[in-house]
Design a protein around this ligand. Structure first.
Ligand code: AMP
Length: 191
């Protein structure tokens, strides 16, 4: 069984690449963004409103909330190949993930950084906004939120790259390549 973290700035293609692995290679995707959006949809969620507001402005949801949602899922997926999408997003989350996996006697196999120049991210997101149908559009798909998400990524999430480098599990792929090429690179790393 493999446990892979996909890292990269908003708009780098983590979701697209995760979907390819889920559809074709027997991976289960654990996306904290999806778990949080589900939580917001629940009528009786304790934290629904707080989560919604933070997501809308592109801030990170507090670790305690995110961690409780994901830890529950990790223990349910003991016998699956897992792709972590959007988690961890800061050093504390990376440490908590390592500890949680250690408890079930496994460890991460790879952390894959999908590297994209910040300058072209804005263009990608604009495209994503214009192509998505209004009723499918994510409420955090707007430029102001995106720019905040990129800042948060630079300040809080990028240090994880060094963390995984020190743990000798970091691989980088060039996210400026086509979806297929990025997928091929990822397959080479995880096979
Ligand atoms: P994503 O779907 O991964 O792009 O995440 C959308 C939003 O959900 C982010 O901008 C954050 O507000 C929140 N979020 C997702 N994952 C995390 C996480 N691991 N820690 C904190 N907030 C998160």
């Amino acid at each position: 069984m493999k446990r892979i973290v996909l890292l990269g700035p908003p708009g780098c293609g983590k979701g697209t690449q995760s979907k390819i692995l889920v559809d074709n290679y027997e991976y289960v995707q654990l996306s904290t963004g999806d778990l949080l959006r589900n939580e917001v949809q629940k009528e009786n969620s304790k934290y629904g409103n707080e989560i919604k507001e933070l997501m809308q402005i592109g801030e990170l949801v507090p670790d305690t909330i995110v961690i409780s949602l994901i830890i529950e899922r990790i223990s349910e997926l003991n016998n699956s190949n897992i792709i972590f999408d959007g988690f961890p997003r800061n050093i504390n989350q990376a440490e908590v993930l390592d500890d949680a996996l250690k408890k079930i006697s496994v460890s991460l196999d790879n952390a894959i950084l999908i590297d994209v120049e910040f300058a072209i991210l804005e263009e990608r997101i604009k495209k994503r906004i214009s192509e998505s149908k209004t009723n499918e559009q994510r409420t955090d798909d707007n430029l102001e939120t995106l720019l905040n998400r990129i800042e948060i990524y630079k300040n809080l999430t990028l240090p994880i790259v060094n963390y995984y480098e020190k743990h000798s599990i970091l691989n980088k792929v060039d996210g400026m390549n086509s979806v297929e090429n990025v997928n091929q690179e990822i397959l080479k790393i995880i096979s």
